[in-house]
Design a protein. Structure first.
Length: 175
């Protein structure tokens, strides 16, 4: 497969957005109703952050905070990490892997035009998992196996190795 696929070809062109002034309860309802794991936090057309299911668990539920009394801006991850619509998908995947994140806002001239996720990337590269497995079976641990999802932590990695029968990233193997 050519690596020259631009992000605009695979991104969600209508990401679900929320205001930083919305309550966390409103955001959670929006995530549930739209069946999404994250919301881009936008002021006007400018991205200011992202709120994910992990943010809700770690910053609201685990802290026993009442969601109806908390604003999205107080729990969102900010600044939101971005990529341009014409950057290559492979570059977006590398950014996600380097930053250990699963989503990137797609921004053009400072305005949100989409959202790209790890799942979007693997929809266009379904054979990549099988190729990574085959490479892992042939590779030595020093060589690494390839690119894909770590079967232990589910994070994207471009350094997977077969370890105990699973494709694993270096962090999971070490730790």
């Amino acid at each position: 497969m050519s690596q020259a696929i631009p992000v605009i070809e695979i991104m969600s062109k209508k990401p679900v957005i929320v205001s930083p002034e919305a309550t966390v309860r409103e955001a959670a309802h929006l995530m549930r109703d739209r069946d999404v794991g994250s919301l881009l936090v936008v002021s006007g057309e400018k991205p200011t952050g992202i709120i994910t299911e992990t943010d809700l668990v770690n910053k609201v539920v685990a802290e026993d905070v009442k969601p109806s009394e908390l604003k999205v801006k107080s729990v969102m991850s900010s600044p939101v990490k971005t990529v341009g619509p014409y950057q290559e998908v492979l570059e977006a995947a590398r950014i996600m892997a380097d930053l250990k994140i699963r989503r990137l806002a797609v921004v053009e001239e400072g305005n949100v035009v989409g959202l790209v996720t790890e799942k979007d990337i693997f929809k266009v590269w379904p054979a990549l998992i099988e190729i990574s497995r085959q490479r892992a079976e042939m590779a030595t641990p020093a060589q690494g196996a390839g690119v894909g999802y770590c079967e232990v932590c589910s994070m994207f990695s471009d350094q997977l190795t077969l370890h105990n029968g699973q494709l694993a990233c270096p962090e999971c193997i070490e730790g």
